[in-house]
Design a protein around this ligand. Structure first.
Ligand code: GDD
Ligand code: MN
Length: 355
């Protein structure tokens, strides 16, 4: 890796007292590497930029003091723009990201990864001193992101703030500077093939305090939805809904036809009409909603679509029954059941039938 230049991008806001240890530990970890550290500071009141400037006599540090713009992601993007390296590393200044992990990330890149993530959620990784509910929120948020964005479903920690990437991954890519989860933005929009996750323990903040707070969750959800739109996943949900509605019409139409015109028993007529509706929905989803995802053979798609329908019906019935038992109004209970059935069917079809 000695012939490769590394740019370490560190966004900072009020991190003055962490800089010296950070630079020192980076220097020890990367001796023998050609590297630069790029501090992108948003004009911190504690004059982090000034301290970084002082330390640049001793360490290979460049300081960007921004006065016109604020925000974690936009700081990282700015750092990329200024970076001269072939490989970029992104990390926090507060030493929750141990600099000693950087060589491992670089090795993963050297061995062929385009993006190497320091991950809390692969075997050997973890977090220090988090309450169970903090872990639960973190895990839950990640699960939502992975389920909503199939492109990143194999990444265990897509919101890590500690990662390395080849320059080409983000070069020429328009990254949205809103939100904190710059890695997720990169994983969705970047140019890459191989992602590797290296376990690490998210440590304790050395000095100062965290800037990310409660409304982060709300912003995160907004970010996920924006990325879903970018990926076209939101369009799929709309198409899937339209197809579902068309199925209701087909179902009712045939039921009427069979009962009124052919005099078929109402139970049997319902079964046939339902099957015809399922076939209608399958056809339109196959030709329209998921037309770009037809990789499994036709007979498997159609079988799996039926499994999804059955699962949806089972979920709907179970929730309906459960809520009735809990004393919920039957119409409301049915609506909630239908909602969950929709989610189950969409996710199964998106990830398995057309996965
Ligand atoms: N330039 C700039 N502008 N830097 C910022 C800003 C900002 O508006 N807000 C935060 N930072 C810097 C901090 O100074 C620190 O170096 C780094 O970004 C992370 O901020 P923290 O406040 O320490 O965040 P955290 O510890 O709560 O969150 C970290 O862990 C998350 C995973 O749980 C971050 O690494 C997140 O990116 C990560 O998702
Ligand atoms: Mn932190």
């Amino acid at each position: 890796m000695s012939d490769v230049r590394v740019s370490i991008v560190v966004p900072t806001y009020n991190e003055r007292d962490n800089l010296e240890e950070l630079f020192d530990r980076i220097a020890r970890s990367l001796s023998g590497y050609d590297y630069e550290i790029i501090i992108v500071d948003d004009d911190s009141p504690d004059r982090t930029w000034e301290r970084a400037m002082e330390l640049s006599n001793k360490y290979p540090v460049r300081v960007i003091r921004r006065t016109d713009e604020k925000g974690l992601s936009s700081a990282v993007i700015r750092g990329f723009r200024e970076a001269s390296g072939d490989v970029f590393v992104v990390m926090d200044a507060d030493l929750q990201h141990p600099p000693e992990k950087i060589p491992e990330l670089l090795r993963a890149i050297e061995e062929g990864a385009d993006i190497a993530i320091a991950s809390r959620y692969v075997r050997g990784g973890g977090v220090k001193n988090w309450y169970w509910y903090r872990k639960l929120i973190s895990r839950g948020a990640i699960l939502v992101g992975r389920v909503a964005l199939p492109k990143i479903r194999n990444v265990k920690d897509p919101v890590s703030g500690f990662f390395a990437l080849r320059r080409e991954v983000v070069e020429g890519v328009e990254l949205n500077p809103v939100g904190f989860k710059i890695l997720m933005e990169i994983l969705i929009k970047g140019n890459y093939r191989k992602v590797v996750e290296v376990p690490f323990t998210f440590g304790l903040r050395k000095a100062g305090e965290s800037k990310l707070s409660g409304k982060t969750i709300f912003n995160y959800i907004k970010h996920v939805i924006r990325l879903m739109r970018w990926e076209g996943e939101l369009d799929r949900i709309i198409k899937f809904s339209i197809v579902g509605l068309s199925g209701v019409l087909v179902n009712e139409g045939f039921l009427w036809l069979f009962v009124r015109k052919f005099g078929i028993n109402k139970m049997i007529a319902n079964v046939i009409a339902t099957e015809l509706a399922i076939l209608n929905n399958f056809t339109w989803n196959d030709l329209w909603t998921f037309k770009d995802l037809r990789s499994v053979p036709f007979y498997r798609r159609i079988i799996r679509f039926h499994i999804a329908a059955l699962m949806g019906a089972a979920v709907q019935l179970a929730i309906y029954g459960g809520l009735l038992y809990a004393g919920v109004d039957y119409l409301l209970a049915n609506l909630v059941g239908i909602g969950f059935s929709f989610i189950v069917r969409f996710l199964f079809n998106r990830n398995v039938t057309w996965g």
